[in-house]
Design a protein around this ligand. Sequence first.
Ligand SMILES: *[C@@H]1O[C@H](CO)[C@@H](O)[C@H](O)[C@H]1NC(C)=O
Ligand SMILES: *[C@@H]1O[C@H](CO)[C@@H](O)[C@H](O)[C@H]1NC(C)=O
Ligand SMILES: *[C@@H]1O[C@H](CO)[C@@H](O)[C@H](O)[C@H]1NC(C)=O
Ligand SMILES: *[C@@H]1O[C@H](CO)[C@@H](O)[C@H](O)[C@H]1NC(C)=O
Length: 396
Amino acid sequence: MKASVPASIVCVAPFIFLLLVLGCSARPLYPLPSRRNDKTKQPLQTFRPYNVAHRGSNGEIPEETAAAYMRAIEEGTDFIETDILASKDGALICFHDVILDDTTDIAEHKKFASRKRTYDVQGLNTTGYFTVDFTLDELKSLRVKQRFSFRDQQYNGKFSIITFEEFISIALDAPRIVGIYPEIKNPVLINQHVKWPGGKKFEDKFVETLVKYGYKGSYLSKHWLKQPAFIQSFAPTSLIYISNQTDLPKIFLIDDVNVPCQDTNQTFAEITSDGYLDFIKEYVVGIGPWKDTLVPVSNNYLQTPNDLVARAHAHDLQVHPYTFRNENLFLHYNYSQDPYLEYDFWINEVGVDGLFTDFTGSLHRYQEWTSPSISDDDASTLLHKIASMVSKYRKT
Ligand SMILES: *[C@@H]1O[C@H](CO)[C@@H](O)[C@H](O)[C@H]1NC(C)=O
Ligand SMILES: *[C@@H]1O[C@H](CO)[C@@H](O)[C@H](O)[C@H]1NC(C)=O
Ligand SMILES: *[C@@H]1O[C@H](CO)[C@@H](O)[C@H](O)[C@H]1NC(C)=O
Ligand SMILES: *[C@@H]1O[C@H](CO)[C@@H](O)[C@H](O)[C@H]1NC(C)=O
């Protein structure tokens, strides 16, 4: 009996140390009821790689919908991620594809049948119903559906497309601080098809929206920590263009090795060279590469990782690869069909700084089990337990 008490203290020693650290910086340790301030939200965690909810919890709920984002917040995401496109009348919307065909019920709306078009999208003729040919009201009359047939179909037809502003309000209303991670999506196409008053460009409207809701500040600045945001784009021209409009941190997305850069037409080799990383680091805090370009894959087996992560880190650039998905179909054989093994590999062996995942809940549980955070409530509970253990020990 006696021996067991000091033994449990040994077990919790790291926690006591942590609590002492917390105690010094944030007294009182037990929150006083009179000081309990509900306006103080639990902060963004910054001690482990970021959990980025790719298009919301789209593994469960149709992508880019309010429900998918709220689910991701419940499941513990650090950032909700979205793709910003525009309507014909210039509204900024959350939608991934330039056409509505694969993730909405557009086919059932006979009155829109004549809107089908073919446009050049990054050098490829693409045919379908383009968001840029529909007003916001028309887009709002559509319903979103799940992209993949092997995912839950029960939410098809239940949710509408949301605007960038509606997306922001979901993040700001969250019960804790949740960051946003919006993409300037297909800016070349959008600027070709949509015109705004005063000669404003898509990028101007994008930044104006962020500014309107108070998003500003460099990475980890005091203001940024209150409303964290990363701006992402595959188009370096857009990231450079907005660099003197906002100091929010930016992430340069990098496509597959065969895909030329969507605005500058540079090759993968060019945009991942040391010379280019030197140039782009003046504008961005990190890169967002497709994960198979960092660790090449052959016959569904991982090959030797290349040096891009190491070189990006040497340039003081974060690395946030995409996209992590639970299903066997997406898991390379090395992971034994276990998405946790994939997270373990990328976080502990490759050493990335953030992960875009379709299953935020899985990544959150993995990180809580392997690298837990201690919230104020947990700390209080733990301290209470320790205090009662110590008092028992004193009596004997
Ligand atoms: C796209 O279509 C146009 C008109 O039909 C044609 O002239 C052009 O060559 C096509 N481009 C590609 C890349 O197929
Ligand atoms: C941003 O910087 C560029 C050159 O770096 C300059 O041409 C442009 O006028 C600047 N824009 C604003 C809004 O200051
Ligand atoms: C892009 O670059 C490739 C060579 O890398 C070239 O063949 C192609 O014509 C270029 N496209 C444009 C639109 O400049
Ligand atoms: C993945 O598995 C293959 C086949 O067993 C092996 O050759 C390769 O080294 C493994 N890759 C990694 C990164 O573990």
